[in-house]
Design a protein around this ligand. Structure first.
Ligand code: HEC
Length: 112
């Protein structure tokens, strides 16, 4: 019983530490997300607040955000993004990278 209580309180401490860490990491993770999109998507999509897609049929991400919203993209990025278009490879990102990408995508939203 003693051990159980001890375990619970250190779990609570861990949670607080995680919340603090994720709060202060927000700006960095948007930067990471931009990098991920730069590396994986920018040869076809416009990923920034301005500019056209290098591959004209690939939608600009700021338009994708307007149409789908960050939440549906978050789900798609984590579960595998398939567009049914042969030109686009399938991507699946681990949760921390999805978080970073979504944080970055929110910075596009603010610009509109
Ligand atoms: C080789 C080129 C290419 C790359 C690389 C690429 N895409 Fe695409 N993407 C496309 C094309 C072309 C379309 C339009 C597909 C269509 O209209 O059927 C598209 C469509 C999309 C859509 C819209 C889907 C829809 O249903 O309208 C999203 C979201 C998307 N891409 C996200 C991404 C992300 C995120 C990455 C990087 C992880 C990425 N794409 C990388 C070519 C690419």
């Amino acid at each position: 019983m003693r051990n159980h209580l001890l375990g619970a309180s250190s779990f609570a401490v861990l949670c607080v530490a995680m919340v603090l860490a994720s709060g202060s990491a927000f700006a960095d993770s948007a930067v990471d997300g931009e990098k991920l999109l730069q590396d994986n998507c920018s040869r076809c999509h416009a990923i920034g607040k301005t500019g056209e897609s290098p591959l004209p049929i690939a939608p600009r991400f700021r338009d994708v955000m307007r149409i789908y919203g960050a939440e549906s993209l978050e789900e798609a990025l984590g579960e595998g993004l398939v567009t049914g278009h042969a030109d686009m490879p399938e991507f699946v990102f681990p949760p921390d990278q999805v978080g970073a990408i979504v944080a970055y995508l929110h910075t596009l939203e603010v610009a509109e």
